[in-house]
Design a binder for this molecule. Structure first.
Ligand SMILES: Cc1cc2nc3c(=O)[nH]c(=O)nc-3n(C[C@H](O)[C@H](O)[C@H](O)COP(=O)(O)O)c2cc1C
Length: 283
């Protein structure tokens, strides 16, 4: 149970009680808020962050972990919008190393994303070199095995009829196979690092928490000029690869499932323009 105290600096504004999502406090106008249910605390830090008088001590947040917001560093709506609009899945990844500081920021951005009930079960695992090659090979082999069944002579007409999208993508798969055999890593976009974002398999908000973390990390990558690409193909393959092998190949904590995977690397060049994204959904 958390230890929370409120000292004499309290201005009795009641903001800590107002922002607490777990009803840890009660507040009567003009009184110092009372800590009534510390056992309900989810360690979100709202009560600490909102207190102008620094009157609230919470044993999860020692002073070195409390920061004044540097408003001058917050991007303007215009600059944030420009970043989001110009972000691209730039697949021209080169052999250049990802700057260490950039990778550190990208990982930190993933970890500061919100999580359901502040449960913070997300783990970011970084794969490099031979580890990426193993992921590439497992993904490629999975899709080639699938194609060898779905595109075999007796099944092919059924695939064409009932799995039109998969049937149409076979040509792309064989292009990937040729590149893979030539020593490239088409499924993982020749990434220099893979970020595998996972939570325990049975945690019900795994998809949501990991993809919130993904989007934070993706915008940080863009801000650093590092290419990022969402690894949907890899994720599909690993749905069928089995828990033990998935943990082993993706170097996950025991019982974890990868809910988002990001390829990272330095691009050969940047795009000088962006096009508007047309809305495809029609009512
Ligand atoms: C869920 C999801 C899965 C994706 N899977 C892949 C993938 O396996 N390989 C790939 O090269 N790009 C993948 N992408 C990237 C999309 O193709 C890309 O975001 C889309 O074409 C729009 O381009 P942009 O990201 O440059 O705006 C994926 C994107 C999302 C959101």
């Amino acid at each position: 149970m958390n230890k929370i105290t409120i000292n004499n600096n309290c201005k009795r504004c009641g903001r800590c009680a107002r922002v607490c999502p777990a009803a840890v406090y009660t507040y009567e106008k003009g009184e110092v808020p009372k800590v009534v249910k510390p056992q309900h605390c989810i360690q979100c830090g709202h009560c600490v962050d909102v207190c102008e008088a620094d009157a609230l001590q919470h044993d999860s947040f020692s002073p070195e972990h409390i920061h004044r917001v540097q408003k001058e560093l917050i991007p303007s709506p215009e600059s944030l919008m420009e970043l989001m609009k110009s972000r691209r899945s730039n697949r021209t990844i080169t052999e250049l190393p990802i700057p260490t500081e950039a990778l550190k920021d990208i990982i930190e951005a993933a970890y500061v994303a919100p999580t359901s009930e502040n449960s913070r079960k997300v783990v970011v695992t970084v794969l490099e070199g031979a580890e990426i090659q193993a992921v590439e090979d497992a993904t490629m082999k999975f899709f080639l095995r699938l194609a060898s069944v779905l595109m075999s002579k007796p099944i092919r007409p059924l695939t064409k009829l009932f799995l039109r999208d998969l049937y149409n993508e076979a040509a792309e798969l064989y292009r990937f196979e040729r590149r893979w055999k030539a020593g490239q890593r088409p499924c993982t976009c020749n990434a220099k690092a893979l970020l595998v974002i996972s939570t325990p398999k049975k945690y019900e908000f795994g998809w949501q928490d990991c993809n919130m973390a993904y989007q934070n990390a993706s915008l940080m990558a863009e801000a650093h000029g590092v290419s990022q690409i969402y690894m949907g193909l890899v994720q599909i393959a690993f749905k069928f690869i089995g828990q033990r092998k998935t943990e082993e190949l993706l170097h996950l904590p025991p019982g974890h499932k990868p809910f988002a995977i990001m390829a990272l690397g330095m691009p050969a060049f940047y795009y000088p323009k962006y096009t508007d994204k047309p809305k495809k959904y029609k009512k």
